[in-house]
Design a protein around this ligand. Structure first.
Ligand code: HEM
Ligand code: ISQ
Length: 151
């Protein structure tokens, strides 16, 4: 099914909200990942040398920002081109980073759920099924491109 202008708009609109408080939403995103999959904690280098994740951890913020942004870009491309196009260099890099850190396919569902919860938190009353579906579709396309590179 076609990715509509409306769906693209829903993703962009919520990304604009998350952007306004990246320290908060990055931390929330990461906290949700750990809540769903506590064992994932050992995979992330930003926790090395520290007992807990804190707001404003610069590495966490930079990484989470990339995930949000890439998913938003995926939505734009889905609408414009009908598919998600990520440069081969980026895909190869992300594929190798994730492989090296022990990421496996089921983890992608964990990150998706955490991402959706984060958007929901940011949007409050404006959150709805349609918005969730739009993020889901954009994320799933991006995730499958990364997964393919990990094979
Ligand atoms: C690193 C994006 C899914 C775990 C990264 C980086 C990006 C990224 C941009 C930083 C690479 C760098 O500059 O070093 C994404 C996107 C995903 C995704 C767009 C899905 C569409 C996942 C999943 C997991 C995961 C499912 C598993 C829990 C990690 C880990 C790192 C990483 C452990 C290394 C972080 C570190 O430096 O310690 N990811 N990721 N990612 N990602 Fe993901
Ligand atoms: C890297 N990959 C996936 C999800 C993430 C969330 C927070 C920080 C880094 C991440």
């Amino acid at each position: 099914m076609e990715f509509t202008e409306k769906e693209e708009g829903l993703v962009k609109e919520s990304w604009d909200v998350l952007k306004k408080d990246l320290p908060l939403y990055s931390l929330h995103f990461f906290t949700q990942i750990l809540e769903i999959a506590p064992a994932a904690k050992d995979m992330f280098s930003f926790l090395k040398g520290s007992e807990e994740v804190t707001q404003n951890n610069p590495k966490l913020k930079a990484h989470a920002l990339k995930v949000f942004k890439m998913t938003c870009e995926a939505a734009i491309q889905l609408r414009e081109k009908g598919e998600v196009v990520v440069s081969q260099t980026t895909l190869q890099y992300l594929g190798s980073v994730h492989l090296r850190n022990g990421v496996i396919d089921p983890h992608f569902e964990v990150v998706k759920e955490a991402l959706l919860r984060t958007v929901k938190k940011g949007m409050g009353e404006e959150w709805g099924e349609e918005m969730g579906n739009a993020w889901t579709r954009a994320y799933d396309q991006l995730a499958s491109a990364i997964k393919a590179e990990m094979k």
